[in-house]
Design a protein around this ligand. Structure first.
Ligand SMILES: [Zn+2]
Length: 191
């Protein structure tokens, strides 16, 4: 009888241990919050250490999410800069805006004329904010293969200079990129 009770207790504890471990795995966050910034927060993806920016509240299309200015200005692009003109690439101030990553189906836009980040569509709290890198980059310093998972995913992201006219018509571009596209289109007409 005592033996049976010990066996029962052992099995009971073992199941409890398994359940607790399982619950712990379920409760383990996929992201960890790194910093909070009013309109949103930077969260680090635990699987690869990459930072992402998530909304802290909702926004309507056209809402201004943040004003920004140039932290630094350089002639060459880096993976941290955004293009504002020919050989003019700025780092973002406030810095947390650099964690707004690329997506082929973006929900925000960097207006480099008004120097504002604006919502392109409805954004809910906890939605990740993303923008379309070629909307502000003519030729990217670091082209990459995109795995955003959107049905609109373009695959290779290299900059606005490499987009077909059909793809161009589906996105909003900064004034600078629009000028570049118009310049190139008029050159082609002449040729
Ligand atoms: Zn994509």
């Amino acid at each position: 009888m005592v033996n049976k009770l010990v066996t029962f207790k052992f099995i009971y504890n073992f199941i409890l241990l398994l359940t607790n471990s399982f619950m712990e795995i379920l409760a383990t966050p996929y992201f960890r919050t790194i910093s909070r910034h009013g309109v949103g927060e930077v969260r680090r993806k635990l699987s690869n250490g990459q930072n992402h920016f998530f909304a802290a509240r909702s926004f309507k299309p056209g809402d201004v999410i943040a004003d920004f200015s140039a932290g630094t200005i350089s002639a060459e692009p880096t993976y941290l800069t955004i293009q504002v003109g020919t050989r003019r690439h700025i780092t973002l101030d406030p810095e947390f805006l650099q964690y707004i990553n690329h997506d082929c189906d973006p929900n925000v836009f960097f207006n480099t004329t008004a120097m504002q980040v604006v919502a392109l569509k409805h954004i809910s709290p906890d939605d990740e904010m993303t923008f379309f890198y070629p909307s502000a980059e003519w030729e990217m310093a670091h082209p990459f293969d995109c795995y955003c998972g959107s049905p609109r995913c373009l695959g290779k992201i290299r900059g606005a200079a490499y987009l077909s006219p059909i793809v161009q018509s589906q996105y909003r571009f900064t004034d600078f990129i629009q000028q570049q596209l118009a310049k190139r289109a008029s050159r082609k007409k002449v040729a």
